[in-house]
Design a protein around this ligand. Structure first.
Ligand code: ZN
Length: 184
């Protein structure tokens, strides 16, 4: 069953629908644990037994959006009185917060997915290193390319790492400092 579905993962083919909710749930979990289909799971593939919160959290993990650290930063920026848009697809790297009139963006990066150097949250998994290493390294390279593109477009960016969202006071000062600085 898993093999069948994995062949069809991009198309959400009929095989997906012919299986029961319970099987679907275990399939999603398997896929997610294995990591090979996390961009391919659509909302239709989510198990029906999840609560709304669980579902949104799971989808957040899968899509890489609306995960907690991003919410912390969004709430903080909002509370500080800055108005932003979410993730504009016309900008390189789809920044998490876009301050268009200031030509500034903020990325909130997960330490694991974006390979935060020297961070304890960024430990390479012990198994399937041959899968994870190139995947994570290519994420990192893509981030670098996107930052270069943004700079060329005369946008400035701030990267906030997941592990930096715990210290709210410091975070607040960083966000305000970045957005108020008119020299960049
Ligand atoms: Zn980190």
């Amino acid at each position: 069953m898993i093999t069948q579905t994995s062949q069809k993962k991009s198309g959400r083919g009929s095989t997906w629908w012919n299986i029961t909710a319970g099987m679907r749930k275990s399939l999603v979990q398997t896929q997610f644990a294995q990591g090979w289909s996390w961009t391919g799971i659509g909302q239709n593939g989510m198990a029906d037994t999840l609560t709304k919160e669980q579902r949104s959290e799971r989808m957040g993990l899968i899509r890489g959006r609306d995960t907690k650290p991003e919410l912390v930063v969004r709430r903080l920026a909002h509370r500080l009185g800055y108005r932003y848009r979410l993730c504009c697809s016309d900008l390189p790297g789809k920044p998490d917060l876009v301050f268009r009139s200031r030509r500034k963006v903020i990325f909130v990066h997960g330490c694991f997915w974006h390979l935060h150097n020297g961070c304890p949250n960024n430990r390479m998994p012990k198994s399937r290193v041959d899968f994870w290493k190139p995947k994570l390294e290519s994420n990192k390279k893509r981030d670098t390319r996107n930052k270069i593109k943004l700079s060329r477009m005369r946008w400035t960016y701030l990267v906030i790492w997941e592990c930096e969202t715990k210290d709210i006071e410091t975070l607040k000062a960083r966000i305000a400092g970045f957005l108020d600085d008119e020299s960049n």
